[in-house]
Structure formats: structure tokens, C-alpha cells
Design a protein around this ligand. Structure first.
Ligand SMILES: *Cc1c(COP(=O)(O)O)cnc(C)c1O
Length: 389
């Protein structure tokens, strides 16, 4: 049988996952219902947070978190330029501004020093550290440096990971809220899906209301509008919200996947070790975030190489094309946000982001997902080695 194409990341779906979705289809609720509640409870429990609010995708989770935090016109949020564009867009959806910042060359997330200087700027309201490739940002220092500003973690890469003090990503031990994505390439999937975790009851309440048009159904929380006839049909739209609901079908898949998160992580660790053994000794190639203690606490979302393409006698484009022909998918995470036309920083000041520019020039994400066999990993590693030396 011909080898199938090995993408850089993909979902791992079991018969039990499929059965869980079919159960919902045979039941009463399709959109947000009891499966969403069960998924939220399981997620909150898994990460050690008091509340989890599920929503339609990770972008919606970031948007909801920024809204719940009260971001609006006149406010500025700090976002690392090395991330998916969704992180940078979320404050702007709220009418606020995004200020981009460079990354730490090891963690590839924002530094506490950059947070310290941002805190003093006019309009500074929130910071959005990204747990890049699964490794949690330096949250203890970021939280301290944020000096009371809202801290929203973009934890889309890092479900199952831990901060440097061992507490779990998503527990919000050092933040107000953490946003997750359940897109198929992420640590677990619900097809599309997202969630925000928090320990703050009021934030959780706002997040729930904002995900459903800003509607409140609990009469105890109605505002007095004077002449309204009381009755079972009553609901109040109290703020401008959205339809960001997750379906029960998605939640059932997410719940089934969540029970497999530990086995996914264990497999990712094995694959990373197999890759590390090959790439650790290779000329013109460096493996980022490879410190053993960091490997063991990382959510291990991506396996990336830093390649000196010129010294290796190739270009990224040629290498990607050659590997694709051999059936191996690779990707670049990410084009820095400051290079996107919409976000383009004035006068193309790429020099303001030297660490992000260096990462962008050298990085390549190679196939990395729990369903890879040892043979897949060997094949990918040997094809890369063959084309670099
Ligand atoms: C995937 C991702 C998002 C967006 O999640 P979606 O579910 O695709 O909307 C945001 N930030 C980061 C860092 C991501 O990787």
C-alpha cells in the first residue's frame, strides 16, 4: 500500500470518539445543551480552573475574553508578533488597539521586560501572552510585570502543559483567563471549537452571556425596565454579544478527546524524543525549546526546527517542495503578524522585532501528531536529514 501523505499535524479520531458524536445525533439536543455542560465541567476539572466556557472556536474564545475583560476604544493590548493572526485581531474586534511586541528567543513568547515597558504606555489595558508551540510563557514574571493589567493567555497550543511552577496551563494561576482552540491540529479537537477558562465567577457569567447574543434568561439578573409583563418567555439582551455557541456534537467529540489527552501527550513526548535524537546532532539545524525540563512540561503542539538554510545548501521553499513530493507536509509557524498587510507596522520596521524575524527566517514545523508511527517518524527524519546534508 502506498504511504499516505503525512501532514504537519492532524486529528486522531477513535471509534469511541465517533460513537460519542452519534449518541448526540440520536438524542434530543444538537446545539448547545447538556454535552456542552459536561465538556465544560470536564475541561475545568482537567486544567484546575473553576469555570470553563465553551464556544465556537479559539478565535471566538479570544474575542470573548477580550470583551469580558472590558476592552474597548482607547484601550491597548500587548500581543507577541509571533503568533497566529487571531491573537492580534481579538482586541481590535472590541474596538481596542493591538500593540505588537518581539519574542523571547527561547520561549518564543512575550518577555516580562516587554510587559514592564508596555504597562507604562497610555491606554495599556491587557496583555495576551502566547504559549508558543506548547511551551508556556514565563507566566509568573509576566503576571508580576503586568502590574494589575488584565492577563489573557492564548493557550491554543498548550492544553495539557504546565507553567514553570508546575501548575497546569488553563488553571489561570497567573492570569485572568485562558483561551483554548479545538481545531483539528490542536492538542484535542472538537472539529471547530474553543473555550475560555477562568476562576472569576463574574467573568464566567459575562463570557456565557456574550457567547449568546448578550442575552440573560435568569429573571433574578434582569434589569428593571418598568413596564415589562413578567412571564416565561422573557429574556433580556443586556449587552452586545454574539452567536459563539458550541454544538453538542462538537462538545461530545471534545469530551471524548479530553479523556485521551494524556495518551496524546505521552505519544507526542515519545515522538519528540525520537526526533531529538536525530536532529540534536545535526549541522545547520537547531531544535528550539529542547531543554529537558521544558520538554516535559510543554503541551508539545508543534515540533519545529531552526534551519540555517543557506549553510545547509538549500532554501526553505526547495526543502518544503522536495519533502511534499516525498509525501511529507511541513509548515511555517508563523509569518510574524507585523508582516501582514492589515497589521503592517509603520515603515516596515521589521528591525523592531529581531527575535521574531530570526525565528521566521529559520523555522520549519515538521509532521508531529499522536497517530504517527515510529516508522513515520523515522521516514520523516531521514528524508529531512538526506535533504540537508
Ligand atoms: C489555532 C489558534 C488560534 C485560533 O483558533 P481557532 O480555533 O482556529 O479559531 C488562536 N491562536 C493560536 C496561537 C492558535 O494556534
Amino acid at each position: 500500500m502506498a504511504r499516505t501523505f503525512i501532514g504537519y499535524g492532524r486529528q486522531t479520531i477513535s471509534d469511541a470518539d465517533i460513537a460519542a458524536v452519534v449518541d448526540v445525533l440520536n438524542g434530543e439536543y444538537l446545539t448547545q445543551g447538556p454535552a456542552v455542560e459536561r465538556f465544560e465541567a470536564a475541561l475545568a476539572e482537567r486544567v484546575g480552573a473553576r469555570h470553563a466556557v465553551a464556544c465556537s472556536n479559539g478565535t471566538a474564545a479570544l474575542h470573548l475574553a477580550c470583551l469580558a475583560a472590558g476592552l474597548g476604544p482607547g484601550d491597548t493590548a500587548l500581543v507577541p508578533t509571533m503568533t497566529f493572526v487571531a491573537t492580534a485581531n481579538a482586541p481590535i474586534y472590541c474596538g481596542a488597539e493591538t500593540q505588537l511586541t518581539d519574542i523571547d528567543s527561547y520561549s518564543r513568547s512575550m518577555t516580562a521586560e516587554d510587559v514592564s515597558s508596555f504597562v507604562r504606555s497610555v491606554g495599556a489595558k491587557a496583555v495576551l501572552p502566547v504559549h508558543f508551540a506548547g511551551l508556556a510563557a514565563a507566566m509568573v514574571d509576566v503576571r508580576a510585570a503586568a502590574n494589575g493589567l488584565v492577563v489573557i493567555e492564548d493557550a491554543c497550543h498548550a492544553l495539557g502543559g504546565a507553567y514553570e511552577d508546575g501548575q497546569l496551563v488553563g488553571s489561570c494561576a497567573h492570569s485572568d483567563m485562558a483561551a483554548f482552540s479545538f481545531h483539528p491540529v490542536k492538542p484535542i479537537t472538537s472539529g471547530e471549537g474553543g473555550a475560555v477558562t477562568t476562576n472569576d465567577k463574574d467573568l464566567a457569567q459575562r463570557l456565557r452571556q456574550l457567547r449568546n447574543h448578550g442575552i440573560e434568561r435568569d429573571p433574578d439578573r434582569f434589569v428593571d425596565v418598568g413596564d415589562d409583563e413578567p412571564g416565561p418567555w422573557r429574556y433580556q439582551q443586556q449587552m452586545l454579544g454574539f452567536n459563539y455557541r458550541m454544538t453538542d456534537m462538537q462538545a461530545a467529540l471534545g469530551l471524548a478527546q479530553l479523556t485521551r489527552l494524556d495518551s496524546f501527550l505521552a505519544r507526542r513526548r515519545e515522538i519528540a524524543a525520537q526526533y531529538d535524537a536525530v536532529f540534536g546532532g545535526l549541522q545547520n539545524v537547531a531544535v528550539p525549546q529542547a531543554d529537558a525540563a521544558d520538554r516535559s512540561r510543554s503541551g508539545l503542539h508543534l515540533y519545529q526546527l531552526d534551519i540555517d538554510f543557506a549553510a545547509a545548501g538549500t532554501s526553505r521553499r526547495d526543502l518544503m517542495q522536495t519533502l511534499a513530493t516525498a509525501g511529507i507536509g511541513t509548515q511555517v509557524h508563523y509569518i510574524p503578524v507585523h508582516r501582514q498587510p492589515f497589521h503592517r507596522v509603520a515603515a516596515l520596521e521589521h528591525g523592531r522585532f529581531p527575535a521574531a524575524e530570526k525565528h521566521y527566517k529559520e523555522t520549519l514545523s515538521i509532521p508531529f501528531f499522536p497517530a504517527m508511527t515510529d516508522e513515520d517518524v523515522d521516514f520523516v527524519a531521514s528524508e529531512i536529514v538526506r535533504n540537508l546534508t
